[in-house]
Design a protein around this ligand. Structure first.
Ligand SMILES: [Zn+2]
Length: 417
């Protein structure tokens, strides 16, 4: 089928797509707590209605993943992925509308999850339904994984599915929110560092002559911890081009002075600190937790080397470190076939080039990339409402994204025509 015909399949039934989006918004699949039963039954009913085969896979009882397939086993496999959970709404009084209204007003769909990422997921589901309903021949397989826990780290969703070999493929498209003219092909890594200081207790009235103050020891190290930001990332020229684009994007979106540096530097956030027992005691214990985000070109090992250096230069005893969480930065080449295909259809539909950028946050994309699967994120979004108030998405973005998805699937599996 030609691109034009595929796009008209979407165009002719676009009301159904928008209805699907609205109904998904009205099911409050907020995580935490992550009660997903209603959402999962709704999605399964949709798949059944279109005769799409699916199975439920659980890494743990409360985390059902849906794996839906169309096409045939010989040939390439294109993975599609999306999460059906949403973050909590926060202070309801800050919303101008009911976050679970799922209404269309002024060309926008309103509600929690419209951008992140129920309408992107709806687009993937909808085009699978269209391909199935119209019996469009595919020379390979489309495997859609719908996961319930991306917003709470994805341990029993995408991570579990990929690491246990439940899903594998030749490329992956995730419908995470990027906006219509941008796709994300890489993201920062993360090290959560914990520093623990011990001391010698004594009566507070005798300090500093008696005892060893654990808080003072910790502070000496913390005073130098920002030097982790000075690690210079190492990357090739192709990465440098994407990095420059990403810095421009960050500058535009974050609108804080120097925000573009977030992309190609480590960030260091001293997020938690505690210690001491009572004001008149010399503290024998203190600890701090630091969130360090690593740009592409910096590894967790490089961060650890710096932590060891800082401890040495601080010239204190009794301070040790550990990492509570680590993930490496990850990326897909800007020239990968899946990226080129999406870029071609964005140019066709929007008449403008697709920017390829890295993101400063992280997502489930990393689990596919760690498994060597080229992965990009592309999905409809109004970025300002994501994880905030008054989340919306433009109806036209949702429709155009679905058109891009359907053409991308057939190009990747049947060859570009
Ligand atoms: Zn998301």
């Amino acid at each position: 089928m030609k691109h034009e015909e595929l796009r008209s399949l979407v165009e002719n039934r676009k009301e159904e797509l928008i209805q699907l989006c609205c109904e998904m918004i009205r099911i409050p699949s907020v995580n935490p707590p992550g009660e997903m039963d209603e959402m999962i039954s709704y999605l399964c009913a949709y798949l059944e209605k279109h005769g799409i085969q699916y199975e439920i896979k659980k890494g743990k009882e409360t985390a059902p993943n849906i794996i839906a397939r169309i096409g045939q086993k010989d040939g390439r496999v294109l993975l599609l992925n999306g999460h059906c959970d949403v973050v909590p709404v926060g202070n309801l009084e800050k919303w101008d509308f009911d976050p679970f209204c799922g209404e269309v007003r002024g060309g926008k769909i309103l509600g929690r999850g419209t951008s992140d990422m129920k309408t992107g997921l709806a687009g993937l589901l909808f085009v699978m339904g269209l391909l199935a309903d119209n019996q469009v021949a595919l020379d390979g397989e489309v495997v859609l994984s719908i996961v319930p826990d991306e917003e709470v780290s994805g341990q029993f969703g995408t991570k579990w599915l990929v690491e246990n070999g439940v899903i594998h493929g030749d490329a992956c498209l995730i419908a995470e929110p990027t906006g219509s003219l941008n796709c994300e092909i890489g993201q920062k890594g993360c090290c959560w560092l914990k520093l623990t200081a011990s001391g010698e207790p004594a009566h507070g009235s005798l300090a500093p002559f008696a005892g060893e103050n654990a808080i003072n020891r910790l502070l000496k190290v913390l005073n130098r911890i920002d030097t982790i930001r000075d690690i210079a990332p190492r990357y090739d020229d192709d990465t440098a081009i994407v990095m420059e684009k990403s810095r421009d994007m960050a500058k535009k979106l974050i609108q804080a002075k120097g925000a573009q540096h977030v992309l190609n530097h480590c960030t260091v956030n001293l997020g938690k600190i505690s210690g001491g027992t009572k004001v008149n005691m010399v503290p024998d214990y203190a600890e701090a937790e630091i969130d360090i985000r690593l740009p592409i070109g910096v590894t967790c090992e490089m961060v650890e080397e710096q932590v060891i250096r800082i401890l040495k230069e601080s010239e204190v005893t009794g301070v040790t470190y550990s990492f509570c969480w680590q993930s490496e930065p990850n990326s897909t080449s800007a020239k990968e076939e899946i990226v080129e295909i999406v870029a071609g259809h964005v140019a066709d539909i929007w008449g403008e080039p697709l920017a390829r950028t890295y993101q400063w946050a992280s997502s489930d994309a990393r689990f596919f990339r760690y498994a060597g699967i080229p992965t990009l994120q592309y999905g409809p979004a109004n970025l300002e409402g994501i994880h905030a108030y008054n989340e919306t998405v433009d109806v036209q973005d949702v429709i155009n994204a679905a058109k891009i998805y359907i053409c991308t699937i057939t190009d990747f599996l049947n060859g570009r025509k």
